[in-house]
Design a protein around this ligand. Structure first.
Ligand SMILES: [Zn+2]
Ligand SMILES: [Zn+2]
Length: 95
């Protein structure tokens, strides 16, 4: 029984790290490595990092609805309008 008690207390605080975004104490494995930091880990947990990345991605790369019904990244729209799909549509309109 003593062994079980010991093992439950054996979890050291150093095995956990508080995420600077969600403020949740998470195991070190939930953090990506960053050698620039003192503990060699990033201050933000991998989950928050992913969420932030997705948010930024939406901001940096807004999506637009094309006239063909497709949803695509705005930066890609110019290229998309040059595709065969639109070229043929354009020809239909002209003809
Ligand atoms: Zn987090
Ligand atoms: Zn289109």
């Amino acid at each position: 029984m003593e062994l079980i008690n010991n093992s439950s207390q054996g979890i050291e605080a150093s095995d956990f790290k508080k995420c600077c975004v969600c403020r949740i104490l998470k195991p070190m494995t939930k953090f990506h490595k960053n050698n620039a930091n003192n503990d060699g880990l990033q201050a933000i947990c991998s989950q928050c990092k992913t969420e932030l990345y997705l948010k930024n991605k939406e901001k940096l790369f807004p999506k637009v609805n094309c006239s063909c019904g497709k949803t695509l990244y705005k930066y890609y729209l110019v290229n998309h309008l040059k595709t065969k799909l639109h070229m043929s549509r354009l020809q239909e309109i002209i003809a």
